[in-house]
Design a protein around this ligand. Structure first.
Ligand SMILES: Nc1ncnc2c1ncn2[C@@H]1O[C@H](COP(=O)(O)OP(=O)(O)O)[C@@H](O)[C@H]1O
Ligand SMILES: [Mg+2]
Length: 212
């Protein structure tokens, strides 16, 4: 399955989720063959993977591959793509070949403002790619139970969106998501069991959606 992490808003968590989902697949489905693709000039996803090579983990990674994704993905169970946050011909061409677009959104009005446009953009590609599904996931929500942003964001998502799936999984704002990466690790190789549980649920959500 070809899974693309995409949104136009910088800092929403594309690279972070790509890294931790990769880590979850490696731990939970150790036989799965994974290909990583990074089209973001920032190179966060590919850098994480090349840093791990010295730890003995190895996942092939292609940088700047934007065409023939399907052909490249032959023989792989999972292709994880960290897509540059620009609205571009390359983004469109990758969405046309993806099975799932994962769209992280932070619980802030700036993020929500730009979300509708991007969901519409993905939706437009569905006429060319009937398999493409969209999964919106709230990322970096406060873990303070008194914080109202999460509830407000969920309500806003329902009102701006009637096309994409909205994940029941909420990824909280947790230091582990950053701290583990600083050591070239995913939360599946780290000490925060809550973060690990969130990512496991996200992976389950992804597999259920794409296998339908
Ligand atoms: N759930 C989270 N909890 C804590 N920090 C997060 C979380 N998601 C993202 N971050 C941090 O927010 C910043 C932006 O995330 P990043 O994945 O680089 O976004 P993008 O790739 O969409 O631009 C990074 O510093 C990252 O470590
Ligand atoms: Mg990024």
């Amino acid at each position: 399955m070809i899974i693309t992490f995409t949104t136009r808003k910088g800092g929403a968590g594309k690279s972070t989720l790509a890294v931790h989902v990769l880590g979850a697949i490696m731990r939970e489905l150790p036989l799965a063959k994974i290909l990583a693709i990074d089209t973001d000039p920032q190179g966060d996803f590919s850098e994480f993977i090349s840093d791990r090579k010295s730890n003995g983990y190895s996942v092939p990674v292609l940088s700047h591959q934007t065409t023939n994704i399907k052909r490249q993905s032959n023989g792989y169970d999972f292709v994880l793509i960290d897509l540059a946050g620009r609205d571009s011909k390359e983004a469109v061409s990758i969405l046309r070949e993806s099975d799932l677009a994962i769209v992280p959104v932070r619980p802030s009005s700036f993020d929500l403002n730009s979300l509708g446009y991007w969901l519409g953009r993905i939706e437009a590609e569905k006429t060319e790619n009937l398999k493409l599904q969209t999964l919106v996931i709230i990322n970096a929500a406060s873990s303070n139970a008194l914080n109202k942003e999460l509830k407000e964001t969920k309500a806003a998502l329902v009102s701006i969106n009637d096309i994409a799936h909205i994940s029941n999984v909420v990824i909280r704002d947790r230091t582990a998501y950053r701290a583990s990466i600083a050591y070239s690790k995913s939360v599946h190789e780290w000490t925060d069991s809550k973060a690990k549980a969130e990512i496991s649920l996200l992976l389950k959500n992804i597999i259920e959606l794409v296998n339908i």
